[in-house]
Design a protein around this ligand. Structure first.
Ligand SMILES: Nc1ncnc2c1ncn2[C@@H]1O[C@H](COP(=O)(O)OP(=O)(O)OP(=O)(O)O)[C@@H](O)[C@H]1O
Ligand SMILES: [Mg+2]
Length: 624
């Protein structure tokens, strides 16, 4: 996933596209909840529009000599029944009602805002939840070709942080923009009703404000995206360093790693600073525009009061509305920036969601019958990770059902790549593989992988109990089956010796296991899966010779009656294989049993002699 791809997607996301995307993330019944939330919020805004009126009446009618409006006179009549006579004179009663009004307006406004915010934020967070789940699920389905080129830290950042873009878009972008638009219309309407000249003066400021928003659109989006990328680099560094902490400490590279981290943190700091400069610069310009508007309204307004066109209360009312008018305008200005920010993150999320896995089920893929063990046939298979360099070249190989085929050869010869094609982690660039006469691509991935078990050099264990780890490939297995698999893998005894037995937690904050113990757990997992095809990629290379022997015993039991592809550097572990295949630079150069290959006196024989400590001249002894 290149950053250019992501930028390209971010820059082409319109607010309309983003809104449609948001609506698609809504769950059942949430459309109605949004309508409720928005209605309540609009109710709150309507109460806010009432706020300046009590003050105007206090100035004009209580302090001044204007007449009490008719509606207010009716209200005063009704209220006067409930107040003591001492408060019943006209001005006192009006003041009492207006002060109570200020309080009630605030109470209703606050109540409606709290309720609507709760509803709308809950919907926003649920959208984040759904997007995270969808992204995580999709990331798991993407082929290794994607994961080879994307760091875990970057994916982590996209799932954890970039997914908040939907909430930002919804709760800080679109909803405030909607409410601000309504409020703007409401205020403009009331102001027009009071005095159209001052309303036009106030609204004139909206034009430069809108031009400013448009001008800042692209730079704001670019800088937001860059800041997110730099932050993601930090996650990547932390993830990479901490996951290789042994190597870092063993080579004493802490200082260099800290420096490298420092450089990334510094880049992030500068990217965020550049964004902040742009944001605060735009805020300052907005502030100046607002001040110019206020000055114009106050100046012209006071002049019109002096001329007797307006009352003092009208000026109080208009200045109050002016302050309220600029709030939604400001909101709209910053909403645009929020939408840019969210669009940048949305681009980073969508660039993953839009990506289809290179390896996926064909439209007419059929499931592989369970317990299909072969034969596996490589028919003129070639493969390249990147187009220039072929890693496997015209490989033809037949692995008969139930047989053990060993792959040997120098490091980088293409052994792991070859077994990766059998598991369909990648598809060949040329030629094809067949399993039991079905092309691999015509079978469903799930059924194919159900028939295979994989044991790697570095066992992959998860942070959960030993029991769950063994049952990873078959979660429905019974305790007896799990124990039986552990016995077969030679793991039962050491598991029993642990204080919590099969319930012992391993991994982070759990017990640490030795390499041999971990490998026996992964063999137990393969036993339990009971798949007819077994792929072993240097399962004992990381172990000392005593542990290797124990693990090899377990492996031999596991390989019994299964089609096995085993990769080994120590040739002593594979000399009993039915067939040994020597790979060199992506090609099969020798093939046969141990005896055949020793007789051939080729690459295998040389490798074997080096390993058993013989010289090529003493091959004759080896042959016997
Ligand atoms: N994910 C990848 N992307 C690009 N090139 C790769 C990738 N994995 C392996 N290669 C290249 O493909 C070639 C074969 O690698 P492969 O891992 O299959 O070798 P191998 O025989 O298993 O080696 P080893 O014995 O060291 O495990 C190497 O040149 C390697 O650099
Ligand atoms: Mg390998």
């Amino acid at each position: 996933m290149t950053r250019q791809d992501t930028r390209h997607i971010s820059q082409h996301l319109s607010t309309c596209t983003l809104s449609v995307w948001l609506l698609r993330l809504c769950g059942k019944g949430e459309g109605m909840m949004i309508v409720w939330g928005v209605t309540l919020l609009l109710g709150g805004s309507a109460f806010a529009l009432l706020q300046p009126w009590p003050l105007k009446l206090v100035v004009d009618t209580v302090l001044g000599s204007h007449e009490v409006p008719v509606a207010m006179a009716d209200l005063m009549m009704w209220v006067s029944q409930f107040v003591p006579p001492v408060l019943a004179d006209e001005k006192t009663l009006l003041l009492l009602i207006l002060c109570t009004g200020i309080l009630l307006i605030q109470l209703f406004m606050g109540g409606l805002t709290v309720l609507s915010t709760y509803i709308l934020v809950a919907i926003g967070l649920r959208m984040v939840f759904r997007l995270r789940c969808r992204l995580f699920h999709h990331l798991q389905r993407l082929s290794l070709a994607f994961h080879d080129t994307t760091t875990v830290g970057d994916s982590l950042y996209r799932v954890t942080w970039d997914t908040y873009c939907v909430q930002a878009l919804f709760n800080s972008g679109l909803i405030p923009a909607l409410i601000a638009s309504f409020t703007l219309l409401g205020i403009a309407g009331i102001m027009l009703f009071v005095d159209w000249v001052l309303t036009l003066v106030a609204l004139a400021i909206g034009i430069p404000l809108l031009l400013l928003i448009r001008k800042l659109d692209r730079p704001m989006r670019d800088r937001s995206l860059r800041a997110a990328e730099r932050d993601s680099d930090i996650s990547t560094r932390v993830q990479e360093t901490l996951s290789s902490i042994r190597a870092v400490q063993a080579f004493g590279r802490e200082a260099e790693e800290s420096q490298r981290f420092g450089r990334h943190a510094d880049a992030s700091l500068h990217a965020t600073l550049r964004l902040t400069v742009l944001q605060s610069g735009s805020q300052a310009i907005v502030g100046v525009l607002l001040a110019a508007g206020t000055a114009a309204v106050v100046g012209i307004g006071a002049w019109r009061v002096l001329q007797g066109v307006l009352t003092v209360g009208d000026i109080v009312l208009l200045v109050s509305y002016l302050a309220m008018l600029y709030k939604p305008l400001e909101t709209l200005a910053y909403t645009a920036a929020t939408i840019q920010n969210a669009a940048a993150s949305a681009g980073r999320v969508l660039s993953i969601l839009d990506r289809t896995p290179e390896v996926r089920d064909n439209a007419n893929a059929v499931p592989l019958a369970s317990k299909t063990s072969g034969p596996i046939i490589f028919d003129h298979v070639s493969f390249a990770y990147d187009k220039e360099k072929h890693v496997l070249k015209d490989v033809c190989l037949e692995i008969p059902a139930g047989q053990t085929v060993a792959l040997v050869g120098h490091s980088g010869a293409g052994k792991t790549t070859l077994v990766n094609l059998v598991m369909r982690f990648y598809d060949p660039t040329d030629g094809h593989l067949r399993l039991n006469n079905n092309r691999l691509q015509s079978l469903t991935l799930e059924s194919l992988r159900k028939n295979m078990a994989l044991v790697l050099q570095e066992p992959v264990l998860f942070c959960s109990s030993i029991r769950e780890n063994i049952a990873y490939g078959r979660p429905e297995a019974t305790n007896d089956e799990i124990e039986e698999a552990a016995r077969a893998a030679g793991a039962h005894d050491f598991i029993q010796s642990l204080a919590s037995g099969y319930d012992t937690q391993i991994g982070e904050r759990g017990v640490a296991l030795s390499g041999g113990q971990r490998q026996r757990l992964s063999i137990a997992r393969a036993f339990l899966k009971d798949a007819p095809i077994l792929i072993l990629d240097e399962p004992t290379s990381a172990l000392d010779s005593t542990t290797e022997r124990q693990v090899l015993d377990a492996l031999r039991r596991l390989m019994n009656n299964r089609t096995t592809l085993i990769i080994a550097h120590r040739l002593s572990t594979v000399r009993d294989a039915d067939q040994i295949v020597v790979l060199d630079n992506g090609r099969i150069v020798e093939q046969g049993t141990h005896q055949d290959l020793v007789k051939l006196e080729g690459q295998y024989a040389r490798l074997y002699c080096t390993q058993v400590g013989d010289q090529p001249s003493s091959l004759r002894e080896v042959r016997t």
